[in-house]
Design a protein. Structure first.
Length: 201
């Protein structure tokens, strides 16, 4: 009897299983590296935009403050009008800076839906912005003129301190701060300070 031999034909490949695993791991590492690099670029772009907007807002606040002091001596309504306009422009730039920082803050998953006021920089920035916004609303409605000389310096000092001395780095919130009270208590407190500053300015 002749013995029949069966031959199993395996498709030819020059890559062994361990080489396939290595190649896939290499592709995965490359994707992870690209994702990290893209995240770093996003953070850098957000930080650059925030810095430019904040420094521009500080410049407008400073110019408005100078006009406010000039108004004390000259009582020229044009000075008062331009003071209000510059303060309003600064507040808008500051608000845009806060929005960019908020978007940057939300890039970290555990920070999503919380406001970026958990740091010295965030708190000072918001407080000075709130003071400027409240001042702009009061000045536009009542045209007091003299108020700017007593309120706007605090916006300059607050934002100036944040820009020059405070660390703007965005980090993830610790579990103890991941509470809805973070969006309520500090915001109400600092907004009240801003209103009080304008009332007693």
């Amino acid at each position: 009897m002749h013995q029949i031999k069966t031959q199993i034909i395996v498709p030819y490949t020059n890559i062994r299983p361990d080489e396939k695993i290595y190649a896939q791991a290499k592709i995965d590492r490359k994707k992870e590296t690209e994702e990290v690099d893209n995240a770093r670029v996003d953070i850098y772009n957000h930080e650059l935009a925030r810095k430019i907007l904040a420094e521009a807002a500080l410049g407008f606040y400073f110019a408005a403050t100078l006009l406010a002091f000039f108004y004390l001596y000259r009582k020229d309504e044009k000075l008062s009008l331009w003071m209000m306009r510059l303060a309003g422009a600064g507040a808008l730039l500051h608000l845009a800076s806060f929005g960019v920082r908020l978007e940057q803050f939300w890039l970290i998953p555990e920070n999503r839906y919380f406001l970026p006021i958990n740091s010295f920089f965030g708190a000072l920035s918001y407080l000075s912005m709130a003071a400027a916004l409240v001042f702009f609303v009061v000045e536009r409605e009542h045209r007091l003129g003299i108020l700017g000389a007593f309120v706007l310096p605090w916006s300059v000092i607050g934002l100036g301190t944040a820009v020059v001395y405070a660390d703007p780095k965005v980090v993830g919130l610790v579990p103890d701060l991941q509470s809805y009270w973070l969006n309520i208590h500090p915001m109400v407190l600092m907004t009240a300070y801003a209103v009080l500053g304008n009332a007693f300015g």
